[in-house]
Design a protein around this ligand. Structure first.
Ligand SMILES: Cc1ncc(COP(=O)(O)O)c(C=O)c1O
Length: 399
């Protein structure tokens, strides 16, 4: 056998890893309902036509060569305007167009953390952060977000975890997997921590337009002296996840100038993001956004339905999300069982595929699992019938 690098052992991504199990269930003849991946397209939401036309035009007009490694100027200008309109001062020379938020995250963490360094990551977290940190040999240090306080971050816990090796503070707001968004005082406290300790705050704002009450302002808006790098993409609010098109913007703060230069150096090495999609990104940010209001309304309806139906199940509690398309319910597991046991048993018995909370960093015994609620209300209603019936039996067996 040809050996693989040891770093692969630490690289896990439960959202996709669990699909192997679903394929087995499917092969046995059960219909699987894939509620594991946050992709609106399979659920009947459509990429806006003007974005598709812009990419088609770019392809036909010959924009098929390499783009500049930081991205084409009109795309960087569009991102700059987006940042400024949200309250984050920006100039195009501090913007890099990336292959999704994911590539921005990887570039930033690679530029910031040495092997053995520490990065503060929320728990539960979007798992790419821990996966990338495993790859570069840095350590994820988890700060709590609290389901009993609407999944808000525990600020004292954040403060208590800072050491001389802390190289970044990751904040996901609005959040995947919890669907929480953070109020101004919480945001300001996090910005002050970053400022005082000279730690770059990596603001994952990929769901900023998908708060049910309307877009949330830039994370950095209240404190422009804090060192903030922001990330977003076309994947969620612009309904084009397969395009792999996103951006990062490095805050106008001279403390971040070396980091910006390092990120650009790394970006040179991967040549560029997907060129034709950069034209779609310009059309997205500069064009009609009316699809977003309709999308937010659809998400709110599904969130309310999910919240009511989940909390009506004996043994399950769930916090009402305020953004995005995720709920993170908790099932009171029988002693000795794990969240993964429950999720796999649910899959095998009903074909409903969720992701166990420990895939996002929660304790396996705590019984959290994540549901993507993008399916139609009728389909979701069937799903919650299945979960209710299954959970009643599962918990009765454990008693
Ligand atoms: C919080 C968060 N960050 C980043 C990503 C990755 O998104 P992209 O498709 O822009 O790489 C996701 C995708 O689900 C996400 O939920």
């Amino acid at each position: 056998m040809i050996p693989v690098a040891s770093r692969i052992r630490g690289f896990t991504y439960a959202i996709r890893n669990i699909v192997a199990e679903a394929k087995k269930v499917e092969a046995s003849g059960t219909r699987v309902r894939y509620l594991n991946i946050g992709d609106p397209i399979p659920f009947g939401f459509h990429t806006p036509a003007h974005m598709i036309e812009a990419v088609e035009r770019a392809l036909r007009d010959g924009h098929n060569g390499y783009a500049p490694s930081v991205g084409i100027l009109p795309a960087r200008e569009a991102v700059t305007a987006e940042c400024v309109n949200r309250g984050m001062p920006m100039t195009p020379d501090r913007v890099i167009i990336t292959s999704g938020t994911s590539e921005g995250i990887e570039l930033a963490l690679t530029a910031l953390a040495e092997s053995g360094d520490e990065v503060l990551v929320p728990t539960p977290t979007y798992p790419l952060y821990t996966a990338v940190l495993a790859k570069i040999g840095a350590r994820a240090v988890f700060y709590r977000t609290d389901p009993d306080r609407g999944w808000q971050p525990d600020l004292d816990h954040v403060r208590s975890l800072i050491t001389p090796r802390t190289r970044a503070l990751v904040v996901i707001d609005p959040n995947n997997p919890t669907g929480a968004s953070y109020p101004d005082p919480t945001r300001l406290a996090l910005l002050e921590i970053a400022d005082r300790h000279n730690i770059p705050l990596l603001a994952d704002e990929v769901y900023a337009d998908l708060a049910f009450d309307g877009p949330v302002p830039a994370f950095s808006r209240q404190h422009h002296d804090a060192p903030v790098i922001t990330f977003s993409s076309l994947s969620k609010a612009y309904l084009a996840p397969g395009w792999r098109s996103g951006w990062m913007a490095v805050g106008q703060n001279e403390r971040l100038d070396d980091v910006l230069a390092a990120i650009k150096k790394l970006a040179d090495g991967r040549l560029c993001s997907n060129g034709p999609m950069e034209h779609g990104l310009v059309a997205a940010l500069n064009g009609d956004r009316s699809h977003q209001a309709a999308f937010r309304a659809a998400l709110r309806e599904r969130a309310i339905l999910s919240h009511e139906r989940l909390n009506a199940i004996d043994g399950i509690t769930s916090v009402m999300p305020s953004a995005a398309f995720y709920a993170m319910p908790r099932v009171a597991l029988p002693p000795g069982t794990t969240d993964e046991d429950y999720v796999l048993a649910l899959l095998r018995a009903t074909g409903v595929l969720c992701v166990y909370g420990s895939g996002f960093g929660t304790d396996p015994a705590d019984g959290f699992f994540r549901i993507v609620f993008l399916a139609s209300p009728a389909e979701l209603s069937d799903v919650y019938d299945l979960i209710a019936e299954f959970t009643r039996d599962y918990l009765a067996r454990g008693r």
